[in-house]
Structures are given as C-alpha cells and as structure tokens.
Design a protein around this ligand. Structure first.
Ligand code: PAP
Length: 345
C-alpha cells in the first residue's frame, strides 16, 4: 500500500508558486509512486493501478494527486459524485438546469446546444492539459458545478471537511453499470489493444478492478457519509430518478438551496426541467449526435456515446443468468451487512 496522498497545500494555481512548477511536483510524486503499486488488467489502458484500495488508470491517479495538491474548494461549490456510468450525464443536466433556472429560458437553454459535460466540468480531468486555465475554475459563476468519480475516502480533506460544500451522489444497479461501461469503453478502446470481451469485463468488475472501483466500496463510501452528513450529501439512485423524476428534481432543488416555489410548480418548471433533460430530448439534439467532447487533449469522446439506451435493466439482454446471479449475490453480500437496501432490477 502506498503512502497517503500528500495533504492539500495552501498554494493553488493562482497562488504565489508558479502553476506549472506545482504540477511538475505532482508529476514527480506520481512517477515515484506508480511503480510500487499493484496492477490489474485495464479496460481501456494496458493496466489499472490499485491505490489506497481503489483502482485507477495511471492518468487517473495523477489527477487524484493533483486534486489533493492544487484544488481549493469554495464553500458554495456543488459536487456531483458518481461511479462512472451510474447516470452522471443525466444528473449533470438536471442539477445544472435546476440551479440555473432563473438564468436561462427553456427555449434557448445552454443544454440545447452544449453537452451536459460542458455545462458541468469534470474536476478529475483538470490536470490533463497541464494548463491551469484549461478549466477556468476561478472564473466560474457561483455556485461552481464540478463533478468527480473519486471515491469518498480518497477525496481531499478540503472537500470533505468543508461543511458548506454540497455533494449529490448517484448510483445505479451494478449490472447496468457494468454493461453500460463495457459498451462505452469498447468504443473508446485503442485499436492497438486486443478486443475486450464482456466476459472479461465481468470478471474484472466482480473483482473490483474497474476505474474508481470496487463499485460497491464506492457506493458504500458515499452512502455512509450521507448518513453521517445528510445536509452535505444527497444520495440518489438512477432507478428512482427514472421512476419519479419530478420528485427527484424537487428534492435536488431543496437540498442544494434552490427550492421550487409554489408558483414555479404551478407554472410547470419542474416538468420543463425533466423534459429538457430527458434521454429522448438530450440524445436527439444535434450537439449530442454529432459533436465531440474534449475532456483533455488526449481524451476526446463522441457526445453520442454518453447516450446509449438510458433504460433500467438492459443488462438482462447481455448477461447470462449465471452472471446475473453472481453479481446480485455480491451486491446483496456487500450492501446487506452495512444495511444499504438495494432492490435488484
Ligand atoms: P459517465 O460516467 O461517463 O459520465 P454516465 O452519464 O454516468 O457516464 O452514464 C451513461 C449512462 O447514462 C448510459 O446508460 P446506458 O449505457 O445503460 O444506456 C446513458 O444512456 C445513460 N443516460 C445518459 N443520459 C441520460 C438521460 N438523460 N436519462 C437517462 N439515462 C441517461
């Protein structure tokens, strides 16, 4: 086990020390740490590394270290946290539309011409460019909306100890997460690597070897924190959002300090937000059918890959009965002890 990431420093990218010097320092620590870490087979890179009990791509680990070294949260920040493929894109759209509903009209809304990942930057990708201005975090409007896939236990103290920052977390049936992730990464896997079968992905996922995994530890970390700090962390489930999106949007507004007034409810603002952010609407927009999102110079994703089917239970069409049984057993076993009830779809 490697030593814990260095504690956050007081300087940030706009502080006294030069931003690129600080980033170089992070690079050095990363270079020194990497060879000593256990490795597992990668989904999209050759391998993943295990750090403090969780799995990351080598670049993902560098971003985690950067976050610890250089990120200064503001008390008003809103973080969206999730395990990859649990519903991040959808929740980004819902939170952005809810928080900014007085700034933008629905007829010329930014979500009609921008992918949700543009409106709601991915904090973990910031370092990629080695350019502090890549995401103009200091210049963002208030509240800043930032997303992360980092497990709760590995977040910098500056993010968890600050009582004012809010987190919205989303999780989803791991069977659907696995299938969604396998589809997504298969499309993005470099051609020089051999094809990656669903069977292989399944085995790795069950063993916890997947970006920011184990899945179950990721969910439990945020769930336990949400029980301890219910005013700081809102814990949501993809399947509940699908079933009752209006109630979920109202809860999100209330939790984040942007409650819907009776008048807004009467005018159908909640319904407008749900409609704007629906899979059917977002996936049919020109920007989400044809454009590419640039997380960094070497991480480009076709926007359409963020919208596949958007349904509950599609894993039943891909996994064998045996695979379903095994994953459900792991989920029951992992969640039952701590008391997290999860109804498998
Ligand atoms: P990310 O972690 O890479 O950002 P994320 O958005 O969490 O991905 O997950 C993508 C899944 O959310 C896809 O699921 P699927 O593969 O099972 O279809 C995608 O289709 C689904 N999704 C995206 N937008 C929406 C939406 N508006 N409503 C419901 N599901 C959605």
């Amino acid at each position: 086990m490697a030593s814990p990431p260095p504690s956050p420093r007081s300087e940030n990218i706009s502080g006294e020390q030069n931003g690129s010097d600080l980033i170089q320092k992070t690079d050095e620590i990363h270079r020194e740490t990497l060879p000593n870490l256990p490795t597992g087979k990668g989904w999209m890179t050759e391998h993943l590394v295990q750090y403090q009990g969780f799995w990351f791509s080598p670049n993902g680990l560098k971003n985690l270290m950067w976050l610890h070294d250089h990120f200064n949260p503001r008390p008003t920040d809103i973080f969206l946290a999730s395990f990859p493929k649990a519903g991040t894109t959808w929740l980004k759209a819902l939170v952005f539309a809810t928080v900014n509903r007085t700034r933008h009209g629905f007829s010329d809304h930014p979500l009609l011409t921008n992918n949700p990942h543009v409106c709601f930057p991915f904090l973990d990708a910031y370092l990629h460019e080695k350019d502090p201005s890549f995401l103009d975090l200091d210049g963002s409007t208030t509240p800043r909306l930032l997303s992360t896939h980092i497990p709760y236990a590995l977040l910098p103290d500056s993010m968890t100890a600050n009582r004012s920052c809010r987190f919205v977390y989303i999780y989803r049936d791991p069977k659907d997460v696995l299938v969604s992730k396998w589809h997504f990464l298969s499309k993005r896997r470099p051609q020089e690597l051999p094809p990656f079968s669903l069977e292989e992905a399944f085995e790795l996922f069950c063993r916890g070897i997947s970006h920011n995994g184990p899945f179950w530890d990721h969910v439990l970390g945020y769930w336990k924190a949400s029980l301890e700090l219910p005013e700081k962390i809102l814990f949501l489930k993809y399947e509940d959002l699908k079933e009752e999106p209006f109630g979920a949007v109202k809860r999100i507004g209330e939790f984040l300090g942007f409650p819907f007034s009776l008048e807004e409810e009467r005018e159908g603002v909640v319904e407008d937000i749900v409609k704007l952010c629906s899979f059917e609407n977002l996936s049919s927009l020109e920007v989400n059918r044809t454009s590419v999102h640039k997380f960094s110079a070497d991480s480009l994703v076709d926007n359409r890959h963020f919208f596949r089917k958007g349904i509950v239970g599609d894993s039943n069409n891909y996994l064998t009965a045996e695979m379903i049984k095994r994953l459900d057993e792991i989920t029951s076993h992992k969640f039952f002890g701590p008391g997290l009830l999860f109804h498998n779809s």
